[in-house]
Design a protein around this ligand. Structure first.
Ligand code: AMP
Ligand code: GLY
Length: 423
């Protein structure tokens, strides 16, 4: 029996906790710091994802055998390495790459260079620094509009600019290199613009072998018809109709396998998830970005479709036994609809009382930004709660989530009602 510590506090972590808890291998599940939802499936511990010493204390006190890391920041900051370097922690298994592997997400320049080296299809690019600004401007002149500028480092999802006008792109490049996103934009990746439908594909790997998890489509814009500002994600659908077996084989042959093989060739150990942010260009998949974690809100749909024991997969990723694993997928469609706070992704108020939980039927609620306050649940974030449902079709699953979305009430509640419109 395992004692598991899951690190994180979003809808993704609630969905993972829900799935982990279904395994008969689990004795105790702790979530640090968790949210009002994870408290229903495990025990929350008030330690932040960046407090490595605090997490160490939890691991020792609670006799944790397996640590599963939800978000990217602690991985990029070296949480796994911290465990390996500590006498008391070095035998505790961690799911989530070490710092070097996490650089696939932590540095866009590193990721592009990796893809170049291993012939993985991605947009043409050039990386510039303040010293090579002139070369960057020359490169921009060789490209067609729109122009894509990306801060090299982590910028909480805000570091990508897509600009129509060349002069404006040149000016923005200077501003970014001047520290618009702090250290994250001390290098900027200029990319060719690719046009197509995006797709999220996930693998879990021990660094040698991998299993492909159900793919999903994420809806990032706040407004219907994919308009308005980018958000953390307003909902997700799995499976994605155009990602049929033939298309998934292209993705595996051209992207997933070369990525895992590339990690091995480069001697980069990697135990954890790889999230391939893909774009379909006329029937061919290209990598837009790597993430070293699961997607949010994709996880709130993907977890519903994994029939196998998820803990077996987590253990295999940590122990290097992925080749012995198989994965069974639910044929049904799963969707998730995110309820968000009014004003999000701009400013919004927290602390709104939430009601209607008891009226929800035939959906699974995953809390994203909520807090338990004495005897009530209040909002505590822009993305508040994800409503996940199964269906025999996308339409049916969405209908179920939308019906329940109307029942969960809080001041300012908003959700998109057009998910799947493009599929
Ligand atoms: P990223 O943080 O790299 O995922 O970029 C954020 C979003 O910007 C992506 O989800 C895409 O919608 C868009 N994007 C990024 N790179 C490109 C590109 N080369 N061409 C078109 N759109 C892009
Ligand atoms: N849903 C996109 C992400 O998790 O980055």
């Amino acid at each position: 029996m395992l004692n598991i510590l899951l690190v994180g506090s979003g809808g993704r972590e609630h969905a993972m906790a829900w799935k982990i808890k279904q395994s008969e291998k689990v004795d105790k599940l702790f979530i640090a710091p968790g949210n009002a939802g994870t408290a229903d499936v495990g025990e929350n511990i008030a330690v932040s994802v960046s407090d490595f010493e605090g997490l160490k204390k939890v691991v020792l006190e609670k006799s944790i055998n397996l640590v599963v890391v939800g978000p990217e920041v602690p991985l990029v900051d070296g949480l796994h390495d911290f465990f390996l370097d500590d006498e008391e922690l070095k035998d505790v298994k961690v799911v989530g790459p070490q710092k070097e592997g996490a650089t696939l997400e932590g540095s866009k320049d590193f990721a592009k260079d990796f893809m170049d080296r291993h012939n993985i299809p991605t947009a043409k690019y050039k990386t510039v620094t303040p010293e090579t600004l002139g070369e960057g401007i020359e490169f921009l002149k060789t490209m067609k509009a729109p122009y894509v500028l990306k801060a090299d480092g982590l910028a909480a999802g805000k570091g990508v600019l897509i600009i129509e006008d060349l002069e404006e792109a040149e000016a923005s490049l200077k501003i970014m290199l001047d520290g618009q996103f702090g250290e994250a934009s001390s290098k900027v990746v200029i990319e060719e613009f690719l046009s197509g439908v995006e797709l999220s594909v996930f693998a879990i790997t021990d660094g040698k072998d991998y299993k492909i998890l159900p793919e999903a489509k994420d809806y990032k814009r706040i407004g219907e018809g994919d308009t308005g500002l980018n958000t953390g994600g307003m909902g997700a659908i799995s499976p994605v109709p155009f990602a049929n077996a033939e298309y998934m084989k292209k993705i595996e042959d051209r992207i997933i396998k070369p990525t895992v093989d590339g990690l091995q060739k480069d001697d980069i150990p990697y135990n954890g998830f790889i999230f391939f942010g893909l774009i379909d260009v006329d029937g061919d998949p290209y990598v837009i970005e790597y993430n070293v974690r699961m997607g949010d809100p994709e996880t709130e749909a993907v977890m519903l479709r994994i029939k196998s024991d998820f803990v077996d997969l987590l253990e295999a990723a940590a122990n290097g036994t992925m080749s012995e694993q198989s994965i069974e997928i639910d044929e049904r469609t799963a969707v998730t609809v995110m309820l968000v706070s009014g004003g999000y992704p701009g400013t919004y108020e927290n602390g709104k009382t939430m009601t209607g939980f008891d009226k929800v039927e035939n959906s699974i609620l995953f809390h994203a930004g909520t807090k338990q306050e004495s005897n009530k649940v209040v909002t505590a974030g822009g993305r508040v709660i994800a409503i996940s449902s199964y269906g025999s079709s996308m339409k049916e699953a969405l209908k179920q989530s939308y019906a329940n979305a109307e029942k969960i009430e809080f001041d300012g509640r908003y959700f998109r009602k057009d998910l799947g419109f493009d599929l």
